[in-house]
Design a protein around this ligand. Structure first.
Ligand SMILES: NC(=O)c1ccc[n+]([C@@H]2O[C@H](COP(=O)([O-])OP(=O)(O)OC[C@H]3O[C@@H](n4cnc5c(N)ncnc54)[C@H](OP(=O)(O)O)[C@@H]3O)[C@@H](O)[C@H]2O)c1
Length: 306
């Protein structure tokens, strides 16, 4: 094996299952579940940042030329929103140029590129669910560089999938952000803090396991292009927090506060609900309602893990 830290998970595959899939960011929150989901179906090449730096064209070329995957899933991102504001160049290198390099190299080896994007490409002014054709207008550097990544990718190749996801949570903590919202709530409870959560920012919390299942369906149907892939319905962060404690049977007082309660220089959309419009039109949408998906997730993990 070329890469020292690479996780090899496909030794037991049958010959019919030997389509090679490369997962970039395989140790991340979404990447870990992608590995779990696809390990019995594909010959997986699982890369972490120690194996590939998407912002370095030579590193990308080396990895793709060496492994010659047929499908590449890119979960890599520079996505701590406040840090992106302070480091716009690095944000552009990873979230935009990195995606362009992956697209160029994927095109060269005739591979399909699956890329993960975000609800933060929108400004939230619509106040009703965004569909794929809605005009993006990011409010911050993170959203802007992710949108540039989408454009650079679609400009380079045709055999791609872009999945815009939102508010994701999974068993493995989000590395880039130091944990997801559920981890953050549990940390605050354990620290004995009063729990105050924003009630005027609306989103759709989305389970990584559900994204994996939906992507599986999309790959089997050979879909191409840009898709919104979130759980169904929506809630405020405050309602999300309440639901977490409800499901866990914990009696925690959660106080609703306005966004202005936590002053920050970073602008974020106060409404970033996505509609899986194209998947629904194709009758391929299998994403559950956010609260049902959350219940399934919380009951599948040990509370100590959260
Ligand atoms: N988290 C959310 O709520 C959310 C919402 C909307 C969209 N998204 C998008 O969803 C995707 C997955 O998010 P996640 O929560 O799974 O993130 P994560 O846990 O931070 O995982 C990101 C992965 O990318 C790797 N990575 C970072 N920079 C890299 C680089 N330059 N080259 C190669 N690999 C690099 C990280 O590796 P190391 O750990 O080794 O550095 C990590 O494995 C991202 O594209 C993000 O923009 C996330």
């Amino acid at each position: 094996m070329i890469f020292s830290n690479y996780l090899e998970v496909s030794k037991t595959l049958k010959p019919s299952q030997q389509i090679r899939m490369m997962i970039i960011g395989a140790n991340g929150q979404l990447g870990t579940d992608l590995v779990d989901h696809f390990k019995t179906q594909y010959d997986l090449i699982c890369l972490t940042e120690n194996d590939i730096d998407v912002s370095d064209i030579q590193s990308v070329t080396r990895a793709l030329d060496t492994h010659q995957p047929s499908i590449i899933i890119n979960t890599a991102a520079f996505h701590k929103v406040d840090v992106c504001e302070k480091q716009p160049v690095r944000s552009f290198e990873v979230n935009s140029l990195g995606v362009k390099y992956l697209a160029q190299c994927s095109q060269k080896i005739h591979a399909k590129l699956v890329h993960i994007s975000t609800d933060y490409v929108f400004d939230g002014k619509k106040q009703s669910p965004y569909i794929e054709d809605d005009h993006p207008h990011p409010l911050n550097i993170y959203g802007l560089t992710k949108l540039a990544g989408e454009y650079l990718l679609s400009n380079e190749m045709e055999n791609y999938l872009i999945l815009r996801v939102s508010g994701i949570y999974g068993r493995h903590r989000c590395i880039g952000k130091g944990g997801n919202f559920i981890n953050s709530m549990m940390r605050q409870v354990r620290a004995g803090n009063e729990i105050r959560v924003v009630s005027d920012e609306i989103l759709t919390p989305t389970s990584t396991v559900e994204i994996c299942r939906q992507l599986d369906v999309m790959l089997k149907h050979h879909l191409k292009g840009l898709y919104h892939v979130t759980n169904e319905g929506h809630c405020s962060w405050y309602e999300f927090a309440q639901k977490i404690f409800d499901i866990l049977g914990m009696h925690v007082v959660v106080k609703p506060v306005p966004v202005s309660f936590f002053p920050t220089s970073v602008r974020r959309p106060t409404y970033s609900v996505l509609e899986n419009h194209k998947l629904k039109a194709l009758k391929l949408n299998i994403m559950k309602n956010w609260d049902i998906a959350l219940e399934a997730f919380v009951s599948s993990v040990d509370v100590e893990e959260l």
